[in-house]
Design a binder for this molecule. Sequence first.
Ligand SMILES: [Ca+2]
Length: 508
Amino acid sequence: MPRNTTLLHGIIVTLLFALIPTLATADNPIQSQPTSVSFESVKPSSCTTLKPSKPSLEQPNILFILLDNIGKDWFRCYGSQENVTPNIDRLARTGVKFRNFYVTPVCSTTRVGLLTGRYPYRTGWHTHHDPAIYGGGYFDWNREISIARILKNAGYQTFISGKWQINDLFDPAQKDALAKHGFDEYCIFPEGKKEHPAHKKRYWDPYIIENGKRLETTGQYGPEIFTAKLIEFMTRQKEESDKPFFAYYPAILTHLSIGPTPDNKTTNGRELSDRELFVGMAQYADTLVGRMVSALDNLGLRDNTIVIVATDNGTDDGSYHGYENLAGRVNGRYAEIGSTMKPNDDGYYPLTEWGINMPLIVNCPQHIPGGRDSDDLIDMTDILPTIADFGQAKLPKSVKFDGRSFAPQLRNSSHDKPWRTWCLSQYCEVRVVRNQRFKLFSSGQFYDLSVDPREQNDLQRSVELRNDQATKAAHRNLQKILDDLPANAKLPWEFRSISARQIQAAKQ
Ligand SMILES: [Ca+2]
């Protein structure tokens, strides 16, 4: 896009946002009813009169791949001894690999943090909730903005293929949720209540809704369909559209239940072990990443498309469902990951590094000098401002965002140093902050990750904390950060997931 067009475009987007009614901040929750102009009225058609040119240096395409329930213990590029991620490893080698990327320990809370750029305490999504299963409230477009809407307003064509989880598409009030959150097109596993035919039908013969219509999927494998639809979208964009695209691929893999993929469906009668099946799923997730990247190559879009690979929480050890250990091997042993499906006895998902410090790889030959690793502290709220930065998209000033753009690091250009001095994760009222070396929980546990990455030596009553100046200073600083954070916003839904009920029961 020529620079003068980009400037004009930016001005118009700014004016459009100025017309949007005030969104919530922590202290001022968004009114449930828009007053004058709704977000829906801010359509990219407002921008089409600008006739944006083919994706340019100013607005690259973005492919955001979010894998489900798989941590560093399965990624060779992060030290795993499992050899199942050759395609992702290649992206890491030729892109930027972040070693400290914080999410939350469970799906829905991470997803809201990624989509909104806001911390769990600010959105109220600090505890697991799945509206399609539990009802009682949902991810509300009148209350929260999303990265898709921000990019759409900046002239992007937007698409999602995979799992959404934070709305119930079978509820008439939410059936258009994806459009309201900013997606022009979608292809989704909607999940459903226990008695509903969509319940847990994500792999073979999956229940999939594409732009409001159920697909015929007999004999097909869900992840195949989602990948094919995404490649179809990118192909159409290349052939028919002048707009840059944002393609969001929240993968179905490698969430339980475990089962065969197309690659190991036929084993001549030999029964595969739980672990062999999970290896197959991890391998297949990587194969599909490779397929999408190859499609970008074949379409001639690879150079100008930013590919992001991340995961939403750590590997599930499978114990909750009676599987054998599904942890990946690191340093000669199985990682002590714990079950991400099973909260502890008090209903909480643990905030260990295996659960919340996830892979993050960003790769784009034209914009991001590759072959680099970064120890910068990044968390899920930084993804939105970073993508918006690359997309030349303005952030509405009325929304309080928690993340910061790390686009300067990705471009390898100068940036504020030090970068973030801390990053955060949270589950319910338990929060954790870490700096480069230490990690402090609001519940008191304190670890020196430089010597204790497995968090086995709690320093909260230790000699080191009493006597070592550096340890003492770090604890004081992190405690002050925790003390200064706002209280949790009110839950935007009823507290009725399994873990929520456990938390309530434990408190009684
Ligand atoms: Ca997950």
